[in-house]
Each structure stands twice: as structure tokens, then as C-alpha cells.
Design a binder for this molecule. Structure first.
Ligand SMILES: NC(=O)c1ccc[n+]([C@@H]2O[C@H](COP(=O)([O-])OP(=O)(O)OC[C@H]3O[C@@H](n4cnc5c(N)ncnc54)[C@H](O)[C@@H]3O)[C@@H](O)[C@H]2O)c1
Length: 282
């Protein structure tokens, strides 16, 4: 199946990034969120991001206009019926995602594929609540989506080869380099990355080094483009805690416990860049 129109649930950080990546690659988009304000904000973010690409002479004004013309925004799931693929990129919450995928399953064309951009929830479990488990898959994009080359394509136990092939083909058309991953908590990249970030908070809490020096150490010593604490601020400290909690529960191994300092900062509302205050102040 060739995918011409992609539906996106959620116009937040990931949803609007996925919308931009699709639209600049010639794929039509229907982006849905729960309020007019949320979809308008998502579209404004895409517009601002395209403006920055124009400034860098990566795209022209005409490219921007063409990309924006491919994006429809809506607060109604009914508008997703034209899509061959719907990517769920709503808030990371199991009950919410179950509700959304059931709702999509009930109203999409029978052949349509549903993908989830979840960072930590089992694709096999989400697939199982639908009547199209063979047409359910994980598409795990990375932040910021327009810049990051990787998509982890996660096959649930029930995902068919045809579904995998269609989503792999789309990912390549979006200019991404997909890797195929078996469903398992954290998939590949976050399974390794988030515990490393969590460890950086333990190192910070123990006073082993300052935040700046921890980040400098990992950048200069491991060639990482950004330190783990600055990266936590980008991802959102609340997201980091939620991901660790899932690993702890799923693997039943205490090595995955979230650092108390990280949890304390989340309790204080210091969630990183999105609140203007995390490990660093913005
Ligand atoms: N932020 C990251 O770095 C990152 C990276 C990879 C994957 N993810 C995953 O992507 C998903 C979205 O994360 P995000 O960072 O974009 O979150 P976000 O909070 O920026 O955006 C989530 C959006 O979903 C909307 N939403 C909530 N309920 C909805 C519903 N019923 N219908 C439609 N929209 C609804 C919210 O209004 C919000 O705009 C999560 O599953 C997250 O784990 C995030």
C-alpha cells in the first residue's frame, strides 16, 4: 500500500514535527488535537520551523507554502477517514492511548494502518485492543523530528510483513533512515539512553560534579553532541520519569528506578525547556 495521506493524533512537540516531515516530503497531513488552540499552536510551530529553514536557505518560500497547503488541522477524528495511515502522537499515557486507538479502529477504513509514536508503551499490547492488530505498528520518531534521521519501526508480535513494508517505505520517503526493532520496553535507543540520563541525575544528586561539568564530560569524552542533563531538559523531566517507571515495572529490575532528584524536580514543576526551568534555566 502506498501512503498518500497521514493522519496525526496530537499537535504537540512530536505531532507537529511529524506533520512537518510529511508535508515537506509531499505527503498530505490531517493533524488532530483536542482543541482549536492546540492545533493552531501546532501549525504555527511548523510555520516557524519552516521559516528557519528558509533563513538557512534549505527551502524556498514556495516550498513552505506548498508544505503548509498539505496540512489540514482539525479537532474531529472524522476528518482522519481519508488517511491510509494514522500516527498517534498524543500524551504518553496508557489509558489515553488505548482510548484513542480504539476510537481510530472503529472509524478508519479497514485497510488503514494505525501507528503509535509511544516511547515506552508496548506496541503488542496497544495492537491487541484493536480489531486490526496485523495493521498496527510502532513508528518512534526522534525529537526534533524534522532534523533527526532515525525512525525506530517497532513490530508488535501481530504486525504483518505488509504493514511493516508500507511504513518502512513511508519512512524512507520522509528522508529518514529506519531501523526495525522487536517490541520490547524502550525499544533500542531509549532502553540505552534514558537509564544513562537517569544515572546523570544520580551523579548530580551525589555532588560528584556540577551539571555543566557532567554534560561537558559526556560531550567531550564520548563525542555526544549534547550532554545528558541538557538532553533531559529537551525531552522533559516528566517524560524521563514516566519512561523509567515503565522499565521498572516491565523488567522488574531495580536498576531502572528513577533518581529521587529527578522525581523531586518533576514534583516542583521543573520539567525542562517546556516550563523554562529544568536542570538549566531558559
Ligand atoms: N518529546 C519527545 O522527545 C518524544 C520523542 C519520541 C516519542 N515521544 C512520544 O510522542 C508522544 C507525544 O509526545 P509529545 O512530546 O509530542 O507530547 P506533547 O505534550 O507535546 O503533545 C501531546 C499532544 O497530544 C494532545 N492530546 C491529548 N489527548 C488527545 C486526544 N485524545 N486526541 C488528540 N490529541 C490529544 C495534547 O493536547 C497535546 O497537544 C508521546 O507518546 C511520547 O512518549 C516523545
Amino acid at each position: 500500500m502506498s501512503i498518500q495521506t497521514v493522519g496525526i493524533i496530537g499537535a504537540g512537540t512530536m505531532g507537529n514535527g511529524i506533520a512537518q516531515a510529511c508535508a515537506v516530503s509531499g505527503v498530505n497531513v490531517v493533524m488532530v488535537d483536542i482543541s482549536d488552540a492546540a492545533v493552531a499552536k501546532g501549525l504555527a510551530t511548523v510555520s516557524g520551523s519552516l521559516d528557519r529553514l528558509i533563513k538557512k536557505e534549505k527551502i524556498t518560500e514556495a516550498d513552505k507554502a506548498a508544505a503548509l497547503a498539505r496540512i489540514t488541522i482539525s479537532t474531529s477524528y472524522d476528518d482522519l477517514q481519508v488517511a491510509q495511515l494514522v500516527i498517534e502522537a498524543a500524551t504518553e499515557n496508557f489509558d489515553l492511548k488505548v482510548k484513542i486507538v480504539k476510537q481510530l479502529d472503529a472509524m478508519l477504513a479497514p485497510e488503514a494502518i494505525i501507528a503509535s509514536n509511544t516511547s515506552s508503551i508496548s506496541i503488542t499490547k496497544l495492537a491487541a485492543v484493536t480489531t486490526r492488530a496485523d495493521r498496527f505498528i510502532g513508528m518512534h520518531f526522534f525529537n526534533p523530528v524534522p532534523m533527526m534521521a532515525l525512525v525506530e519501526i517497532i513490530r508488535g508480535l501481530q504486525t504483518s510483513d505488509a504493514t511493516h513494508a508500507a511504513v518502512h517505505d513511508l519512512s524512507t520517503r520522509l528522508g529518514k533512515s529506519p531501523i526495525t526493532v522487536k517490541n520490547s520496553p524502550g525499544f533500542v535507543v531509549n532502553r540505552i539512553l534514558v537509564p544513562m540520563i537517569n544515572e546523570a541525575f544520580f551523579v548530580l544528586a551525589e555532588g560528584v560534579a556540577t551539571a555543566k561539568d557532567i554534560d561537558a564530560g559526556m560531550m567531550l569524552g564520548c563525542n555526544q553532541p549534547i550532554g545528558p542533563l541538557a538532553l533531559a531538559d529537551m525531552i522533559g523531566l516528566d517524560v524521563c520519569v514516566a519512561v523509567m517507571d515503565v522499565y521498572l515495572q516491565e523488567f522488574g529490575d531495580s536498576k531502572y528506578r528513577a533518581c529521587p532528584l529527578l522525581k523531586e524536580m518533576v514534583a516542583a514543576g521543573q520539567l525542562g525547556r517546556k516550563t523554562g526551568h529544568g536542570v538549566y534555566t531558559y
